[in-house]
Write a protein that binds this ligand. Structure first.
Ligand code: NAD
Length: 336
């Protein structure tokens, strides 16, 4: 019988792509989401992609009793995406970030323990590294979070490591994502935040569709070849596959893992804009604004460990990330 996986936050951007990848890999999957940053029609879209009914539970990870009752239904593992993810919002409303990201994880793990579920994959972030100097960033790089959001992710890792240490039958997969972008090849699901986007590619998409007049590049005087910041972007379909490999490893081996998921190469802001311009055939006006505090000049992952432990290798390049994002954005705009 196929293993049954609970995806908290599974209706969101990365969760919905991971749902498809897990179904394709033969897992049976249930989504749990409170839909505060997801659209209500995501289940219909996932059903169109997978050709099968989608099991969705509307619940909140902050509700300990609800999590206990859900986990009692019998799962083999949890993938925990549910979280708030805006860096600026975390600074103005830290209480909400600690409640959702920390208390929500603790409720989930407590419910898992009571229901005897012993495998969890956790959405962590390259944000836990802060502004690391030495590149590439390996998993041995010091954890030095510089904002509330990043601190809640560092807490999640530390908490799960303590649980795994105290309960040796617990297996944890800690995945530090670099910058997920792109959309599913069907064009049916993608990054469609209900809040104004903070990440580069969704902002570029809004400029390309005409929903925003221009975008701001924060700093063009970094010591990089074109002066703009360099980041490691990873296609969300590659990232989704990383979760399948992580779960496989937790089921097949008696050990936990902590890995970076990126491509191992960086692209500058100007390179991303130029690529998006080519694939969309739209003008992308921009203006140069001052650097933002805490933004490093360069950040890209050392992906050796993900390759060695999980057999993970990113397959999509920047053009594919931008083209799939544009296909989704253009289709969503046409339907709106
Ligand atoms: N997108 C990124 O750039 C990025 C980078 C690194 C890590 N992450 C992490 O990956 C995970 C998924 O991110 P995403 O980009 O898909 O974000 P997302 O906002 O699209 O998905 C998160 C989902 O969780 C749900 N959710 C939020 N609070 C909840 C709660 N209390 N109870 C139940 N559901 C709740 C939201 O409705 C949403 O569907 C998050 O943990 C995020 O911090 C994201």
């Amino acid at each position: 019988m196929s293993k049954h996986i609970l995806l908290t936050g599974g209706a969101g951007f990365i969760g919905s792509h991971t749902y498809v990848a897990l179904i394709e890999a033969g897992y049976s999957v249930t989504i749990l989401d409170n839909f505060e940053n997801a659209h209500s029609d995501v289940a219909d879209r996932l059903e169109r992609i997978t050709g099968a009914p989608v099991s969705v539970i509307k619940a909140d990870v902050r509700d300990a009793a609800a999590m206990k009752s859900v986990l009692n239904a019998g799962f083999d593992a949890v993938v925990h995406f549910a979280a708030l993810k805006s860096v600026p919002d975390g600074e103005t409303d830290p209480a909400s970030y600690y409640r959702s990201n920390c208390a929500g994880l603790m409720n989930t793990v407590e419910a898992m323990r009571q229901a005897d579920v012993r495998r969890i994959v956790f959405s962590s972030s390259a944000a836990v590294y802060g502004s690391a100097d030495a590149m590439p960033i390996s998993e041995a790089t010091a954890v030095a979070p510089e904002n509330t959001y990043a601190r809640t992710k560092a807490f999640g890792e530390e908490y799960l490591q303590a649980i795994a240490h105290a309960h040796p039958d617990f297996r944890i997969g800690l995945l530090r994502y670099f910058n997920p972008v792109g959309a599913h090849s069907s064009g049916l699901i993608g990054e469609d935040p209900s809040q104004p986007p903070g990440n580069l590619v969704p902002v570029i998409a809004r400029v390309a569709t005409g929903d925003m007049p221009s975008l701001k590049i924060f700093g063009d005087d970094y010591s990089t070849p074109d002066g703009t910041g360099i980041r490691d972007y990873i296609h969300v379909e590659d990232l989704a596959r990383g979760h399948v490999l992580s779960l496989n490893a937790l089921f097949e081996r008696d050990e936990s893992h902590l890995v970076n998921l990126g491509t191992g190469r960086g692209y500058s802001v100007l390179e991303v804009i130029a690529t998006y311009k080519t694939v969309s055939n739209r003008d992308i006006p921009f203006e140069i604004a001052p650097r933002r505090v805490g933004d490093p000049a360069i950040s890209y992952a050392d992906v050796t460990r993900a390759r060695e432990l999980l057999g993970f290798e990113a397959q999509h390049d920047l053009r594919s990330m931008c083209a799939s994002n544009w296909a989704f954005a253009a289709q969503s705009k046409a339907l709106s």
